[in-house]
Write a protein that binds this ligand. Sequence first.
Ligand code: COA
Length: 161
Amino acid sequence: MNGATQRRRAPSVPPAVVLADSADLPGLSQLLSGAIPRCSPLTVSDLPWSWPGYVLVRSDDRPVAAGSLQPNPDLSYEVRGLVVDETAQGQGLGRRVMDHLVATADRRGADLVCVTRVPQFFARFGFMETTPDWLPPQRRGPDFDRAERVAMRRAPRGVAA
Ligand SMILES: CC(C)(COP(=O)(O)OP(=O)(O)OC[C@H]1O[C@@H](n2cnc3c(N)ncnc32)[C@H](O)[C@@H]1OP(=O)(O)O)[C@@H](O)C(=O)NCCC(=O)NCCS
């Protein structure tokens, strides 16, 4: 290999955000479990039925970033399981996953809600603090308060035709 070939680099392609499939379930569970308590244990135990709502970024066939939209009875979606592996944080993956989730909600004309310990991160995507009235009763109780989480909501934005 000569010097010119060595200097040639592959073009940097942003990592793809893809829909999760059932084979991702063990890796997804490991990723989310590693983020407890920032990620609620309930989010991990819900995975057997909530995983189809997830999108993720894979590295070496393993999910390193993930997030999901879970439908609520009022037709809003809750963002759950937004996690980037510790070794991959600060590289824009959280933003890529959130951009994907927000764009999906905007296309559907749906409100987004979340319960989070990182409200400043969600505020970057247009979420504003709210009361957690939309939470099911079992998630509104002492566990919610103890975990020092903030409930937030975001209205959909128009999508250019
Ligand atoms: C919060 C989290 C998802 C961010 O993912 P990330 O890949 O590290 O973030 P990014 O590199 O995409 O950062 C995008 C932007 O958000 C900012 N940001 C990152 N973490 C932030 C935080 N905790 N608070 C406020 N802003 C934050 C970055 O500075 C960056 O800003 P810029 O675009 O102006 O440069 C990630 O740190 C994480 O998984 N944390 C542990 C789990 C967790 O708390 N999840 C939320 C549960 S609801």
